[in-house]
Ligand binder design. Structure first.
Ligand code: FES
Length: 227
């Protein structure tokens, strides 16, 4: 107490220290250096932080992608092969059910009445279907087969030139069927011809042929005599 009176009143105890923001890092009680104070995050940043992060896209690995592509390629090839095989089977079945059949016209046919073919006329009505001309010539009716005796082309009757002409190599035949020009070595052939006893029509039978060079045109089956 003696000291107090001697040296005057003792200085007042210091009041609470003025709070001054300090930039120096605070020391924890354990003596570790404290983190510097951070500013509060802004609103958009906080929302972005709160939103869940999108799941990462599954990126196929290189080998996996190649193997998938290869699988689809092979599947396409297999499908094409399978379709071709099925198509072949169906075609084969169709061929089996409907085999190739050549529908030839009958070798024997009726060609109308003798009076339908005037004197000197070459009747071309049956060429397209039966390959035969009915000719009324020099008092006889006969059936000439429309096949060139050179190499088998179908000649044509040229009414204005009064001859048969082959378009392939130029062979020519008279109305009688005798050859006179071109490379053909012999006349046209005749088919059997007769009058039907049933109805009086001309009947032609291509199954029986007559060749001039063999003297067969004298055969009564190779012509119909006209009165
Ligand atoms: S086939 Fe007729 S002239 Fe040759």
């Amino acid at each position: 107490m003696a000291d107090e009176t001697k040296d005057g009143p003792a200085p007042e105890p210091a009041g609470p220290a003025e709070s001054v923001p300090s930039t120096t890092p605070k020391m924890t009680t354990e003596g570790a250096r404290a983190e510097p104070a951070k500013a509060p995050p802004s609103a958009p940043a906080a929302a972005a932080k709160a939103a869940p992060a999108p799941a990462p896209k599954a990126v196929p690995k290189a080998g996996e992608d190649m193997s998938r592509r290869g699988f689809f390629s092979w599947a396409a090839v297999a499908w094409v092969g399978f379709s071709a095989a099925i198509g072949g089977c169906v075609t084969a079945m169709g061929r089996f059910m409907f085999p190739n059949v050549l529908f030839e016209p009958p070798t024997t046919f009726k060609a109308g009445y003798p009076q339908d073919v005037g004197a000197g006329v070459v009747d071309t009505r049956f060429v397209d279907k039966y390959g035969v001309w009915i000719v009324n010539n020099e008092g006889k009716l006969y059936a000439l087969i429309a096949i060139c005796t050179h190499l088998g082309c179908p000649p044509a009757w040229l009414d204005t030139q009064n001859k048969f002409k082959c378009p392939c190599h130029g062979s020519g035949y008279y109305k009688s069927g005798i050859n006179f020009e071109g490379p053909t070595p012999r006349p046209l052939e005749r088919a059997r011809i007769f009058i039907s006893p049933d109805d009086g029509q001309i009947v032609v039978d291509k199954a029986q042929k007559f060749q001039w060079e063999l003297g067969q045109w004298e055969d009564p089956n190779s012509f119909i005599p006209l009165a």
